[in-house]
Structures are given as C-alpha cells and as structure tokens.
Design a binder for this molecule. Structure first.
Ligand code: NDP
Length: 402
C-alpha cells in the first residue's frame, strides 16, 4: 500500500489519475495537483464516477520549488509522478531531493526559451539522488518509456547483439478537427519543427525537419507515411544498448497535418520568442495553443488506433533475427475507460506502472535512471495486465534496410 502525488492535470495527468485509482492495492492514497485546480476538480469527479474512488486535489505552481516542497510535506507520498510539462522537471526534482521522495516523469527537461531537449540537465542530478538514497525514473511514458523497455527486453531476452533499432509511432486515429495536436501543442510543435537526427556508426546525423520519410506497414493500421524525427529516447538508448550500429525514430503525420504546420510556420505562429501586439508581449506559439482544441477534449469523438513499437535487427546464437514488438491502442476504448484518447492513454499508463514497481521495491536504485537501465520483465508483465498489451512478431519487410 502506498501513496502517490501526481503533478499535472492535462490529458496525460487525467489518465494517470484514473489508472492509479484502478489499482487500490498499491495506491491507497492519490493526490492530484496542478496549476489550475478546476482541471483537478473535473478529473476528481470523473475518477469518482468511473472507479468509485475519492482522490484528493491541490493547487500548485510546480515552477516554484518551495510550493512543491510544502505540498509534498503535507501529502507525504511514496512517489511523485510528474506529468506537468518538461519545463517543470528540474524544479520538481529539486523538491523531491529536498523531501527525500522518489520521482517519475515522462519527458525530459526543456528550457522554456530554447526549443531544445536533452538529458544532461537531469543526469546531472544522479549523485544528489544517490546521496539522498532516492530514485528518479526518467522518461517513463510510452515513447520515451515503453519503447525503451522494449529495447531493454530485446537486449536481455531476445538478442546477443542488437545491430539496429527503428522506433515507429503511428497515430491512425481521426478526431474530426481540421487541425489539433494530440498532446500539449507547444511541446508537440516544438518537437516536430526541429531538425531531425539519428545515430549511425557512432555519430549523430542531422536532417532537415521532416526531410526523410518511409511508407511503413503498421499492423491493424496499414501503410502510413512515417517521418524521421529526433526523439529523446535515442539519446539514452545509444548509451545503454550495447553494440548498437544505428537507431532511428519515425512518426506518422497526415498530409493535412503537415500542410497546416507549414502554413503556421510560414506565418510565424510557431515562434517561441516574444512579439509586441497592441502594447502587449505575446509568444505566438502560446497564443496558438490557446486557439487549438485542448488535447484532453479530443477523446469524445476520436476513432481509430495508435500503433507504437520497435523493430530490432540483430543476432541471436549466430543467426540474424528481425523482430517487431508493438502495442495497438484504440482511441474509443480508451475514452470509454478513462475519458481520454489513446495518445494520452499510452503516455499516462506507464508512469503508473513505473510508480508501482518503485513503491513495491521491485525497481530499486539510488540515483537517476532511464527506464532501460531497470529490469524490463516485471514492467512488460504489467503492460499486459493494465491496458497496454504488446505483441512480438518476426519482421518480414525490408523497408528499414538502406
Ligand atoms: P497538457 O498541456 O494537457 O497538461 C499539462 C498539465 O500540466 C496542465 O494541467 C498544466 O496546467 C500543468 N502545468 C503546467 N505548468 C504547470 C506548473 N508550473 N505547475 C503545475 N502544473 C503545471 O499536456 P499533456 O498532458 O498532453 O502532457 C503532459 C506531459 O506528458 C508533457 O510533459 C508531455 O511532454 C508528456 N508526454 C509524454 C509522452 C510519452 O510518451 N513519453 C507522450 C505525450 C505526452 P494548466 O492547465 O494550468 O496549464
């Protein structure tokens, strides 16, 4: 039995709160805190309706370390799940350090004024977490998160040597809006408009945004154009999967999505610097976020599926093996279960499973860890039991071979 403090009441926080409530044998006490208490209240009501459980709520500005420290002292949780925005990561880690509480997140730190994410800032906390005797689990969403776990599982159980990894992420769903992002628009657009990057033979190779694409045949979703992006798990997997020759990340976008994005970029609406408008300073991308549908509101009419997984190519007992491990998630089913679409669902369930393993002492460690450094097997088992079942098949296609 344990208690958890969830910070962030957006699309992902909603799923995390519902899922914790479904597992009372581990999460006997749940507190959901966010900047806007009304969003917490709405989730609190929905959780009561769906699972019959009462969760507590609180208001917190997690940019402010002392506010978060006071809240943690009041709640006294066994772990903090951070599903606010990447901007808050370091401040919440500072609060966990001060109070001696385990930390779990789903996205790596990114400064507000620079569209650049990397692990160095969070890895720099390793010694302080170790000295304090607590654990930080980084990147425990779906990708990063489950994608890293699939890699750790392949390394541990399926291969002697993994040569290449291709992470493929397909959203074949339709929400009925002309343009919307499936998770926080600011974070999503900052990610996609950056240069692409992949790792091959010991070095990073940079590409223009959305310059390289392939037509990948996704199980249950069919052939979809998938674009090469830089995604944060590549940085840690290159370090932790031994003998790797190449790793890439691919994500699907429709023609319609890309056309909207190009126009928004061309007219300056994706800029993250301040511009003067009628005597006020505004950041165009933040203004755009205010105009776009809230990702949390997309669920009600969302149809179709997400398919996310990893294709491995490597050697086992002297024989070449190509294996695909993936999950398929249905938007409408997620909505029925927790009033969320599948993108929030796939991101919001894994931190709950990570927190379970930390609270139950199955994932143990002092310091800062990426999920692939921890034992993948208990996590793979929990995925099957808590709504994200996975499949493992031999991969037949040559689409990923150059
Ligand atoms: P949303 O924008 O829907 O939600 C973010 C929430 O955090 C909002 O409730 C927001 O409050 C709250 N918040 C923002 N700033 C603060 C603050 N200073 N203090 C307290 N609360 C704050 O985003 P999502 O739910 O879509 O995404 C949440 C996180 O999940 C992001 O970090 C995202 O990158 C990550 N993610 C990870 C994925 C993965 O697979 N690894 C996939 C998808 C998302 P307010 O309402 O006041 O703005």
């Amino acid at each position: 039995m344990g208690s958890v403090l969830i910070i962030g009441a957006g699309g992902v926080g909603n799923v995390t709160a519902h899922k914790c409530a479904q597992i009372p044998e581990v999460f006997s006490k749940i507190v959901l805190a966010s900047r806007n208490i009304e969003k917490c209240r709405k989730i609190q009501q929905d959780v009561k309706e769906k699972s019959g459980r009462n969760i507590d709520i609180a208001q917190v500005n997690a940019d402010n370390v002392s506010e978060t420290v006071s809240l943690i002292r009041k709640v006294n949780p066994d772990a903090v799940i951070n599903v606010a925005l990447p901007y808050q990561d370091l401040a919440i880690m500072d609060a966990c350090l001060e109070t001696g509480v385990h930390y779990i997140d789903t996205a790596n730190y990114e400064p507000k004024d620079v569209p650049h994410f990397e692990y160095s800032w969070q890895w720099a906390y390793h010694d302080r977490f170790r000295e304090k005797g607590i654990m930080a689990v980084l990147g425990c969403g779906f990708d990063p998160g489950v994608s890293n776990i699939f890699c750790a599982y392949a390394q541990k159980k399926l291969y002697d040597e993994i040569k290449t990894i291709d992470i493929v992420d397909c959203n074949a769903g339709s929400h009925g809006h002309p343009f919307a992002t499936n998770f926080n628009p600011e974070i999503n657009i900052r990610e996609i408009t950056q240069n692409g990057k992949y790792w091959e033979k010991g070095r990073w190779i940079e590409t223009k945004p959305l310059e390289i694409s392939i037509d990948f045949d996704y199980p249950e979703a069919g052939v979809k154009k998938s674009y090469l992006l830089f995604h944060e798990e590549l940085e840690s997997l290159v370090k932790h999967i031994k003998g790797l020759e190449r790793i890439r990340f691919w994500m699907t976008f429709s023609e319609n999505y890309i056309t909207h994005l190009k126009v928004l970029q061309n007219v300056g609406m994706t800029r993250i610097d301040e511009v003067e408008f009628e005597g006020k300073k505004i950041v165009p991308l933040q203004f755009l976020k205010a105009l776009l549908p809230d990702p949390g509101s997309l669920g009600a009419n969302y149809k179709g599926k997400t398919v996310i997984g990893c294709v491995f190519d490597g050697v086992k007992s002297g024989q070449r093996k190509k294996i695909f491990i993936y999950n398929v998630c249905d938007h409408a089913e997620c909505y029925r279960e927790v009033k969320s679409q599948a993108v929030s669902y796939t991101a919001g369930v894994p931190p709950v499973l990570g927190a379970m393993l930390v609270i139950n002492g199955i994932w143990k460690g002092k310091g800062v860890f990426n999920v692939e450094e921890l034992d993948p097997e208990p996590f793979m088992e929990l995925l099957n039991r808590h709504g994200l079942p996975w499949n493992q098949v031999n991969f037949q296609s040559s689409i990923l071979e150059k």
